[in-house]
Design a protein around this ligand. Structure first.
Ligand SMILES: *Cc1c(COP(=O)(O)O)cnc(C)c1O
Length: 406
């Protein structure tokens, strides 16, 4: 094997280990691990990973794989050969914009994406709403590709119960892809892994590397059940040509199971950071970033609710979505486009000032129709001890100035 292959395989195994996903046997595994892995293999929950250019590419791959799988297993047609007949729909929850983008790229169509709203934890009626959405499509003769979002981008909210969702998928012959771009990192910590339970029920998974793994752009992971490699991925992605390496023997070449033929050595920085920090290191980074987000959330909710309003009940992971506290005049405006526009202007001004300080960088968003600001904490160097006090002081100052300007 080439140095490339050795590092790549090692890095991908480390990634699966980081996310607590069962992966293929290796001589270096302990007897107990081997036993577990053999069982996993028997149950078809053995995973492999490959690098992509990011979560967008991983989502495109997941949707392509899901469509091919549904073609073979639900419609008895090989889309990779025959072309696509428009019979697959996507059912999703609180999805990232790239889910619609993937549907558009692949010719599934943005309008074929149905979103089940507010599929966060502990909200009543979600299971029913999700099941109904799937069943409605099945009744209309469609095949269903479920695209589950693990860690909503504005709030870090997870689906209500992934095991139940996977059961519903199984009984409707639906494909399950999980977009865990950053949410999957909850599995690095015993304190947060409860959020991301049931991940191993997916057929395929998106994970990001250039966000929480802090490797250079561009890098993400596509994680898939091993048995899909030959049956689903190769028919879609293989590109054999006389001048290219043969696909007949040995491990599958990445170019035959992913988008690009020519690929950068993306797994090298992945291996390096995992070698340097290990699982324990990433647990610490994730926990510290989440602790930071919680500190920010609590401060806005409890200490300075006169300046800021947090827009969620809780802060499950590493993101806080908030807005400038409304003035009494704003509050008294009747709901509608005029109020939204006024709030949007206020928040945009405040965000510009906050980012202008250079102390922190937040992004604009809209949450449940309300213009808002989003703080996502993911840098390996950010700690509560070193970075909270300056940010707190800056936030206090900027919001106070903003209030005085009213
Ligand atoms: C960031 C993100 C994406 C897109 O990822 P890129 O790496 O920027 O392509 C997709 N899904 C989710 C949930 C994300 O957070």
């Amino acid at each position: 094997m080439s140095g490339y292959s050795v590092i790549k395989d090692l890095a991908m195994r480390m990634i699966l280990d980081l996310f607590n996903l069962p992966s293929s046997l290796s001589d270096s595994d302990s007897a107990q691990q081997q036993q577990q892995l053999r069982q996993a293999k028997a149950d078809d929950i053995d995973f492999r990973a490959l690098t992509t250019t990011g979560s967008t590419a991983s989502n495109v791959m997941g949707m392509a794989a899901g469509r091919q799988w549904l073609g073979i297993h639900d419609r008895k047609v090989d889309y990779s050969q025959e072309g696509y007949d428009g019979q697959v729909v996507v059912v999703t929850n609180m999805a990232h914009a790239t889910v619609w983008k993937a549907a558009s790229i692949l010719g599934i169509g943005r309008k074929q994406v149905t979103e089940v709203p507010e599929m966060g934890m502990d909200v009543k009626g979600q299971e029913e709403a999700f099941e109904n959405a799937v069943k409605e499509q099945k009744a209309a003769g469609k095949s269903v590709l479920v695209f589950l979002s693990f860690g909503e981008v504005n709030t870090g909210i997870f689906p209500f119960n992934t095991h139940r969702i996977a059961d519903i998928c199984a009984s409707n012959n639906a494909y399950l892809h999980i977009d865990g771009a950053f949410g999957i990192y909850a599995r690095c910590s015993p304190s947060y892994e409860y959020l991301a339970q049931g991940l191993e029920r997916a057929h395929s998974i998106t994970a990001c590397a250039h966000k929480w793994l802090n490797v250079p752009y561009d890098c993400g992971f596509f994680i898939y059940r091993t048995y899909l490699e030959k049956t689903i991925l190769e028919p879609i992605f293989s590109s054999s040509a006389a001048y290219l390496p043969s696909t007949d023997s040995g491990p599958t070449h990445p170019m035959n199971i992913s988008i690009e033929n020519s690929q950068r050595f993306r797994s090298l920085p992945v291996w390096a950071t995992l070698y340097a920090y290990g699982r324990n290191g990433y647990q610490k980074i994730v926990e510290e970033n989440c602790r930071y987000a919680k500190t920010l959330f609590d401060w806005m909710k409890n200490t300075r609710s006169d300046l800021y309003t947090v827009l969620t009940e809780e802060c499950p992971l590493n993101i806080v979505v908030f807005a400038q506290k409304m003035t009494p005049e704003m509050e008294s405006m009747s709901e509608g486009p005029a109020k939204t526009e006024a709030l949007g202007k206020k928040n945009a001004e405040l965000l510009k000032r906050i980012n202008g300080t250079g102390v922190a960088y937040f992004s604009p968003t809209v949450w449940k129709g309300r213009p808002a600001i989003r703080a996502a904490i993911s840098n390996w160097r950010t700690t509560v001890e070193a970075d909270w006090e300056p940010v707190r002081a800056m936030l206090e100052q900027q919001a106070t100035i903003a209030q005085e300007l009213v």
